[in-house]
Every structure is written in C-alpha cells, then in structure tokens.
Design a protein around this ligand. Structure first.
Ligand SMILES: *Cc1c(COP(=O)(O)O)cnc(C)c1O
Length: 353
C-alpha cells in the first residue's frame, strides 16, 4: 500500500549509538516528537544508548507506554492545565515555565501518590518557552512550597529566535545553577539543548551541562538550525515512496486566466516547453513538499496540493509509467507529517538482528 514511509530501524539505532559515544557522560534524552512518538523507533533509540525518551505530546507518550516503553519518559513541552492528570500518570517528568502548572502537578501528584520531576525552562534569548533568569529562584521556591519536585533547569535555543547555542549561553545557564545551589537548592539536571547544541560538545565537554534532548540528529543525521549535515551520522534512515497516478507530456506554463493556487499563493512558472510530468498520490496532507529530496537524480518537484505532487521527470534516466513509485528522503517537516498522517503506511525495516 502506498504512499508509505520506510523506516530503517538499524540506522536510527546506529545514530543513537554513535551520539552516545560522542557525548559520553552527558545523558541523552531521545526526542520522538518528530516521529509522532513511534514506539518502535523509541525502542531503537533506547537500545542505542539514549538514557530516556522525551516527547512534546501526551498522546504520543501514552502510545509509547501502551506499547511497552518502560524507560523514563519526559514531556518536553509544558503540559496544558487540562491534561495534567495524564501527565502525572504517564510521565516521569516535565519541562515547564509557569507556576500554575507546577502547582497543578504538585496537587494532582499528592492526590494520586505519584510524584514526577520538574525541569524549569529558563529563557536565554531565543524567546520561546522559559522563565526569565531573574525569576528562576522564586519560581523554584514557590514550586517547592506547593510540594513539587525540582530536578533541574534547562534551556531551549534555536527554535523561535534562531539564537545559536554558544558556550556563553551554556555558562549563563550554569551561573543560574550556581545561584540556586548557593540557596540550598539541589540541581541534578542541567539540560543544555537540542540537536543544535551537539556541535558545541564535539569540541569540548562543558562540565555541568549533563543532559541534551536530541531528536533530529538521531532521526535524520541533520542539524537544521546549525545548517549542517552531521557527517558521522546516517541520513538514509527514512524514505517516503509514492505512486504515479498520471504521467503525461504537458506545457510547462499554465494557460488561461491566472489567479491563485489551492493555497492562495500566486504561482510562478518558467517556460521550458513541453515536459514529461508525473503526478503522485501524495500531498501536503502527508508531507511538506518543500522538504522532500528525491532519492534519484533527474527529478524536479514542481509543486503540489493537498493530495497531489507534480514532478518533472523529463531528465530522469528511468522510463517511468503509471503505477511506478518515486521515493524521497524526508527532511524534518516531511518526516513529522508522514509519521503522523493516517494516509501514509509505515514499513519497518531491520537489516540485522
Ligand atoms: C523538539 C525539541 C527538542 C529536540 O529538538 P531536535 O532539534 O529535534 O533535537 C528538544 N527540546 C525541546 C524543548 C523540544 O521541543
């Protein structure tokens, strides 16, 4: 059945193992949100040596629990007040930045007799989630008064503001840890960041930062924020295959009165004369068209809509026909969509035992 995503489990395992080797004593939280909390992928990450699992969504976490993932799992996006019960029940810890959430967690924990750990996110300039540095001490004191269990602090860079994780940012985080400890607060975990922080640690281990939360590097071998392919990791971990449902020679310029395309954009086309075009049964509902890389040369993605992708196959060596498949390496946005789309079948591939 097509479209389908081929998942090369051993290669994901190899990426996790390689990173564990490089990061050594730093704990790795393997982040599964990019694959919709896929339990088989989470298992490979754990087998490869990640210390625990992180996901942003409680539904993904529940799915992993039901499929037998028994490792520690953290919710890395703050739970919503409306889902605190599930969070306390199914996770071992959370990353939060609002006191009302700490309070709700502490109250429900007391009610059911199960504590979970709290890592307080600190704002260091990227302006996504985080408590302002000068408010962290009060935040933690107040949380503890409610009975919450504070495990540590963390930061997230490179997501909203595109702020690069530098040694200085890590030192800012460590200074906050020192201040907290001088007030008698034990900080077990200092969570330095995500895939984009790996490059800092390849050069030198920064003592004190003892956890990284890594998704993209394990899943795809890429560091999109840092704009690099991580050369020592595998990039052939997933392929998406789709079937050709129309193949015809057509002009390369639309004709008629031109308005907007299906997504409200004004289309731009270059006249290359008549071209051989394939239409695939795959669309924006399943993937992000801009983040697909054909696995074979001579193919150009022209565009698409909810349920179609149009490919110029004129320069391909292959003599495609209707029913043939074309395959792509997904970048992160396509991986995320494909793994969460009900329309894309999953095929798990193990090359070794
Ligand atoms: C998504 C996410 C990560 C993982 O990011 P990658 O770039 O995929 O490694 C880490 N931390 C938080 C808070 C996240 O939301």
């Amino acid at each position: 059945m097509f479209p389908r995503i081929n998942i090369y489990l051993d290669r994901i395992y190899q990426n996790a193992k390689k990173l564990k080797g490089i990061l050594n004593t730093i704990e790795i939280m393997g982040v599964t949100k990019g694959v919709c909390g896929d339990p088989f992928i989470a298992k490979e990450m754990l087998k490869g040596g990640v210390d625990y699992i992180g996901d942003s969504r409680i539904e993904n976490i529940i799915k992993m629990r039901r499929k037998g993932i028994e490792s520690k799992i953290f919710q890395i996006r703050s739970p919503q007040l409306s889902e605190i019960r599930k969070t306390v029940k199914y996770t071992d810890g959370v990353f939060i930045s609002e006191i009302s959430i700490a309070k709700a967690i502490a109250e429900y924990s007391r009610l059911i007799g199960k504590k979970i750990g709290i890592i307080v996110m600190v704002e260091l300039g990227d302006l996504r989630e985080g408590v302002m540095p000068e408010d962290v001490l009060n935040f933690i004191n107040e949380s503890r008064n409610y009975g919450a269990e504070i495990l540590g602090i963390g930061t997230n860079l490179g997501c909203f503001g595109g702020v690069v994780p530098t040694k200085e940012k890590m030192e800012d985080l460590l200074k906050i840890k020192e201040t907290l400890e001088s007030h008698g607060i034990d900080i077990k975990i200092v969570s330095g960041g995500a895939t984009d922080t790996i490059s800092l640690f390849e050069k030198e281990i920064i003592p004190g930062i003892n956890q990284l939360r890594i998704g993209e590097a394990i899943l795809l071998g890429n560091d999109t924020t840092g704009n690099r392919r991580i050369e020592y990791l595998r990039h052939d971990t997933f392929t998406i295959e789709a079937e050709i449902i129309e193949l015809k020679e057509k002009p390369s310029i639309p004709y008629g009165v031109i308005g907007r395309d299906a997504f409200g954009n004004i289309p731009h086309h270059i006249d290359k004369g008549k071209r051989k075009r394939a239409i695939l049964a795959l669309g924006r509902q399943d993937v992000d068209i801009e983040s697909l890389i054909p696995t074979e040369g001579g193919l150009e993605i022209l565009g698409g809509s909810s349920d179609h992708i149009i490919i110029d196959v004129t320069d391909s060596q292959n003599n495609y026909k209707v029913g043939d498949k074309i395959s792509f390496y997904p970048l992160y946005p396509s991986l995320l969509k494909a793994m969460c789309s009900k329309g894309v079948k999953k095929r798990y591939i193990k090359e070794t035992n």
